[in-house]
Ligand binder design. Structure first.
Ligand code: ARE
Ligand code: CA
Length: 493
């Protein structure tokens, strides 16, 4: 379950957070396919609770009502159309799977697909689940059935995460309903899943569940291909539940990764130490993780948030993302956000609930595209930033090579090569970088893909001349907004 199910030569996914299926389908065709992305993590496709106080927060989608494919992102027919068009564009779809729980306890109503639910009697007829399908007082021993102590693994897995009513995945019936849902999505043609709140489910229940899941649809994938699974397990080292318990059922989210890189690019820890980045920093094996700079939770202070870089700080954010995409460690995910008006009070953003850009009737707005390729109407579209999409291509070009020719100045200036295919120089120092460096690349002129593109055999930004001995001269001004140069053999004039 940890083999990426990407089309050949593609190695990075992006999370198009809260996008509509119709926009994702277009984005696969007009951008993600042509620019070399492997795939898209999409918001939970199943029916969710309609939350009106606050009004339609993004997090309502983490409160399932049924497994019917009907949400603010679109209906089943639109979902199918997206999967088909994206696969045709060689872009894979990875739905976010919320299977640990249903809605918050208490309250009742009808969901985004019209199914009724009752969080008092634990009735979800759209599945159907009844009170018999949940962990209750027999399995969870906290007085209010909620999780309070993350140092008690049993409590974390059998009690309610922020009052979300906790499904009993030990039950055959529950596993069957979830497997049916997953198989429905697999048969439509998805390539794998993000598993939400995996920490809150028993590893044995997850492997048993996966045992009931189909191989991927042979219209798009070689026969016998298993879905790629990446599990959300927040493990920063201080709790009994470890990422390693979940390697059997796929990859895990490496949350330390973004926090540590934020420290470097905020100049709280010298960049020279990145020489041993990856397993050398005590992180899991490269094949067991998905890595990212920020995610939809920690970019707004949810889910162990705090301290990570986001699109609100573009200079260090781009640098951290460039480093991630240049470095061989991990399977990479690029966040793609929308903007909201942050309102910090006592260090907390009171607006961190705000949902995606929407129309009067609360339907999600279309993603509009400007003439410079950026997005409009509140969509941040980091995945379309030149410095980021060109490094996605860099990663594709250098795939399979190791890290070579490491150089640093003992402080915040670093450089390294990827075999004889690519080279990156980063200056996080503030003062100029002016050095001759060994690039490992064949002689020639290369486009710096940070300051510009390689178009019609020419560079729209800076060019770098590599000599017959592999050396090149680099000058990066300390005050530059983009103090990075990256070159690779796919952008050689
Ligand atoms: C909302 C309201 C709550 C309310 C609840 C039920 O905010 O006040 O009680 O509804 O009515 C998201 C939001 C939540 C939201 C939820 C449901 O973040 O605020 O609750 O949707 O609408 C832990 C988990 C981790 C989880 C984070 C948020 O381990 O799995 O908390 N992350 C995923 C998603 C979230 C989503 C959910 C799970 C739920 O990515 O977007 O919640 O489906 C330490 C621990 C971590 C812990 C962290 C935060 O770091 O190590 O394990 O993360 O603290 O508590
Ligand atoms: Ca649970």
């Amino acid at each position: 379950y940890s083999n990426p199910t990407c089309a050949d030569g593609r190695h990075t996914i992006t999370h198009l957070f809260e996008w509509k299926w119709s926009d994702i389908a277009q984005e696969c065709e007009r951008f993600l396919g042509p620019y070399g992305y492997c795939g898209v993590q999409v918001s939970p496709p199943n029916e969710n609770r309609v939350v009106t106080s606050p009004n339609r927060p993004w997090w309502e989608r983490y409160q399932p009502v049924s497994y019917k494919l009907e949400t603010r992102s679109g209906n089943e027919q639109q979902f199918r159309d997206m999967v088909e068009r994206c696969n045709k564009a060689h872009v894979r779809i990875f739905p976010d799977l919320v299977i640990n729980h249903m809605t918050g306890s208490g309250g009742s109503g009808s969901g985004t697909g019209g199914s009724n639910w009752d969080g008092n009697s634990l009735s979800y007829p759209g599945v159907p689940y009844s009170n018999l399908d949940f962990n209750d007082g027999s399995k969870c021993h906290t007085g209010d059935l909620n999780i309070h102590n993350y140092n008690n693994a049993e409590e974390v897995r059998n009690c309610r995460l922020v009052s979300l009513v906790d499904l009993n995945l030990g039950k055959d019936y529950v596993r069957g309903k979830i497997a049916d849902y997953m198989n429905h999505l697999i048969d439509i043609g998805v390539a794998g899943f993000r598993i939400d709140a995996a920490k809150h489910m028993w590893p044995g229940d997850l492997t048993a569940l996966l045992g009931r899941v189909h191989n991927l649809n042979t219209n798009y994938f070689p026969s016998g291909t298993k879905p790629l699974i990446f599990q959300e397990v927040i493990d920063m080292g201080g709790e009994p539940i470890k990422m390693s318990e979940y390697f059997q059922s796929g990859r895990v989210t490496n949350f330390i990764y973004g926090i540590k890189l934020a420290q470097v690019f905020r100049k709280q820890n010298q960049a020279k130490f990145l020489k041993t980045w990856g397993e050398g920093w005590g992180m899991p094996n490269t094949n067991d993780v998905i890595v990212f700079i920020d995610n939809h939770d920690n970019q707004r202070g949810h889910g162990g948030g705090g301290g990570v870089l986001t699109h609100f700080e573009p200079k260090p954010y781009k640098m951290a993302t460039e480093f991630m995409l240049a470095h061989p460690y991990g399977w990479t995910r690029v966040m793609s956000s929308y903007n909201w008006d942050r309102n910090f009070q006592d260090g907390e953003d009171k607006n961190n609930w705000i949902g995606p850009p929407h129309n009067e009737d609360m339907s999600i707005k279309d993603v509009t595209i400007n003439s410079d390729m950026s997005c409009g109407d509140g969509w941040a579209c980091e995945h379309r930033w030149r410095q980021i999409y060109n490094m996605v291509a860099f990663r594709n070009v250098v795939h399979g090579t190791g890290l070579t020719h490491w150089w640093d100045n003992g402080n915040y200036q670093i450089a390294f090569a990827r075999g004889n295919k690519g080279f990156i120089v980063m200056n996080a120092e503030g003062s100029d970088l002016n050095s001759n460096l060994q690039t490992g690349l064949p002689q020639g002129t290369y486009c710096d893909v940070i300051s510009g593109n390689y178009e019609n055999g020419q560079c729209t930004g800076a060019s770098i001349h590599v000599g017959g001995d592999g050396q090149a001269h680099f000058h990066i001004s300390g005050g530059s907004e983009d103090p990075v140069i990256a070159i690779h053999i796919g952008a050689k004039v």
